[in-house]
Design a protein around this ligand. Structure first.
Ligand SMILES: C[S@@+](CC[C@H](N)C(=O)[O-])C[C@H]1O[C@@H](n2cnc3c(N)ncnc32)[C@H](O)[C@@H]1O
Length: 227
């Protein structure tokens, strides 16, 4: 079934947020990074400006810049209203209030939009839908990231998650998934089963992060090849 943009609510985070969510050290930032479900985040744009290497994957990259701008316009007020209704589910510390949130997210998405066409030419933005196979070879990336996609959308089910993580682990030496909560801010019911599935063949850890916007969303799942 073709991927429809109308099913996506584009919402993009920044390099500072990625650094905190994924505990990315200065050394990590210099490694080759694949970022899945990367959407309209400004991570790739900001990393490129620092001469670092990120390849972003997302089905929305199949659409045109204008289609993406329109979809961001259509959905922005809805997301802001939903966040306002659920204000107590978020920690307003580093992001101070709703105005601050809107400014940070819109700034990130504007930077993504400015970079999108050039980045697509440079193959930094690749249209790709997990769990499909990518064109990349085994372990060609040092780190694979998923911010606010895997585990969060737990309704996609265990089978989807296992296939998606398998493909990420095929092309990445380690993967990091943040947060480990679902959309109701509860620990994702898939977490234990995923850990059980990969535990024998991989090194698995859950790390505490300094990033917490979704209340209690301050933990990161890391799965590493052990050879
Ligand atoms: C909440 S956004 C997160 C964007 C970005 N990672 C961030 O944290 O700012 C979730 C993203 O997952 C993408 N997505 C949806 N289905 C997907 C799939 N099957 N494979 C990969 N990405 C998908 C959406 O297009 C969207 O950009």
């Amino acid at each position: 079934m073709a991927f429809e943009l109308s099913t996506v609510v584009p919402w993009g985070r920044t390099l500072d947020e990625y650094k905190m969510m994924f505990v990315l050290s200065d050394e990590d930032l210099k490694k080759s990074i694949a970022s899945f479900g990367d959407g309209p985040a400004s991570f790739n744009f900001e990393m490129k400006r620092l001469n670092n290497n990120v390849v972003s994957f997302d089905p929305i990259y199949a659409f045109t810049k204008e289609e993406l701008i329109n979809r961001i316009r259509e959905t922005k007020d809805i997301v802001m209203e939903q966040t306002k209704q659920n204000k107590d589910n978020f920690c307003w510390t580093s992001i101070k209030n709703l105005d601050d949130l809107e400014k940070i997210r819109m700034n990130a998405m504007n930077n993504f939009i400015l970079d999108f066409e050039q980045g697509k030419k440079e193959k930094r933005y690749i249209p790709h839908e997990l769990p499909n196979r990518t064109s990349f070879s085994e372990k060609c990336f040092d780190i694979g990231l998923s911010s606010h996609f895997l585990l969060l959308y737990s309704k996609l089910g265990l089978n989807f998650h296992i296939k998606a993580i398998d493909e990420m682990l095929r092309i990445c030496k380690e993967i990091r998934i943040f947060p480990i909560l679902d959309l109701d801010a509860k620990k994702s019911n898939l977490l234990e089963q995923i850990i059980e599935h990969y535990n024998n063949k991989y090194d698995i850890s859950i790390m505490q992060t300094n990033y917490e916007f979704q209340r209690n969303g301050n933990k990161l799942l890391v799965i590493k090849h052990n050879n």
